[in-house]
Design a protein around this ligand. Structure first.
Ligand code: FES
Ligand SMILES: [Fe+2]
Length: 384
């Protein structure tokens, strides 16, 4: 099917009458390659909570595309981010996702050893070489920032700081999740989904399907005051959520031990382009939801769960199982069938369901998110 409007004019549509990005934006490998360079290689990526790096030598390794980054705390308490690659012949250094490295990072090939800041400490036989200067072989650093108690990295040395790009987002997180600084990792689960990263993102930023799709969604809607569900857009971040249902007496199959309080609501925050943090109703957990693209039609979903309570409360524990085994799969099934449908010769662009009130069922965040994608891909057509 042909496009309904010339693509250069797509961003000129008004939100309330706009049609979606054409289907090819969700499966074309050339467009995906552009997204990789223009969006992801310049994006701030969530790495870990700062408490995952609480001791000297603690590290987390994060991979995206063919890149791998080590986030590590040194003995002086400073956090470093550097590429996970030996400066001798390019061997990958660390293969574990998490750990504590008490000594040096030793390359398994010829035993070059690096400090916790990525500096080269020793290289066997290098004393025999003419003009070998260890300082010239430090592992290149990667941009790193701690924002809202979370460690983020960025491959673009010229990227704007997170405070510049996302003003107010850290405050919104702290207000919604008062124990943000006390969070400890409970578990992390990776799922590979055969869908474009934007298909998954679109699904997570609209409430239109809550009462209209599967049974777990209806369950979720029953835990909140759905009439109070609000989706708010800011420049490069957005929030969506609702107060708790004041009549709820159970959640995720567990009885609630006390009446609902205002802080028991559902809170989500998205940070451009693919970082989502949330708190499920009636839990004191921090959930992270990362869409890590693998290619134009496959994404790695990383579900991280954090809790400030040790041990984690029964309701919070049940919410993790519910997300992993019930709500998550229900959404993933929808994402997979959308990805299939986007190849149909019978579909190209649909209508965003955006109402004037920007109500609880309005798809304005999907449109806003697509605009950010479009503007990154077509800076020449941007009206910014
Ligand atoms: S590749 Fe690492 S020491 Fe040779
Ligand atoms: Fe959903």
């Amino acid at each position: 099917m042909t496009d309904r409007i010339p693509i250069q004019q797509w961003d000129e549509q008004s939100a309330e009458t706009a049609v979606t990005l054409p289907s090819r934006y969700f499966h074309d490998a050339t467009i995906f390659a552009e997204e990789r360079e223009r969006i992801f290689m310049k994006a701030w990526h969530f790495g870990c909570h700062v408490n995952e790096l609480s001791e000297a030598g603690a590290f987390v390794v994060r991979d995206i595309f063919r890149q791998s980054v080590i986030l590590m705390r040194d003995r002086q308490g400073e956090i470093h981010a550097f590429h996970n690659v030996c400066q001798h012949r390019g061997n990958r250094l660390l293969n574990e996702t998490r750990g504590v490295n008490k000594g040096v990072i030793r390359c398994a090939y010829h035993s070059w050893c690096y400090g916790q800041d990525g500096a080269l400490r020793s290289a066997p036989r290098s004393d025999r070489l003419a003009g070998f200067d260890k300082q010239q072989h430090a592992i290149p650093a990667v941009r790193m920032e701690v924002f809202a108690d979370c460690v983020f990295f960025n491959f673009d040395p010229d990227a704007d700081s997170m405070q510049t790009l996302f003003p107010g987002a850290d405050q919104a997180m702290r207000e919604a999740i008062p124990d943000l600084d006390k969070m400890q990792l409970v578990e992390e689960d990776d799922v590979i989904v055969p869908a474009n990263w934007k298909v998954i993102m679109d699904n997570s930023i609209e409430g239109y399907h809550f009462q209209l799709s599967g049974p777990c969604h209806v369950d979720l809607a029953s835990l909140i005051d759905f009439a109070g569900y609000r989706l708010r857009q800011f420049d490069h971040w957005w929030t969506y959520g609702a107060p708790p249902n004041p009549d709820a007496i159970q959640a995720y199959g567990k009885p609630l031990s006390r009446p609902p309080e205002p802080g028991d609501g559902f809170f989500n925050i998205g940070i451009w382009p693919h970082n989502t943090f949330y708190q499920f109703p009636f839990t004191q957990c921090l959930g992270t939801f990362m869409m890590i693209p693998l290619d134009s039609e496959r994404s790695l979903l990383r579900f991280g769960y954090y809790s400030a309570q040790q041990p984690i409360s029964e309701v919070s524990r049940a919410s993790i199982a519910w997300m992993n085994d019930e709500l998550g799969p229900e959404d993933i099934d929808l994402n997979v069938t959308v990805q299939q449908g986007l190849h149909s010769l019978g579909y190209n662009q649909g209508r965003y369901m955006i109402d004037a009130e920007r109500s609880n069922e309005s798809e304005h965040l999907v449109h806003h998110f697509h605009r950010l994608v479009f503007r990154a891909l077509h800076p020449e057509a941007s009206r910014l």
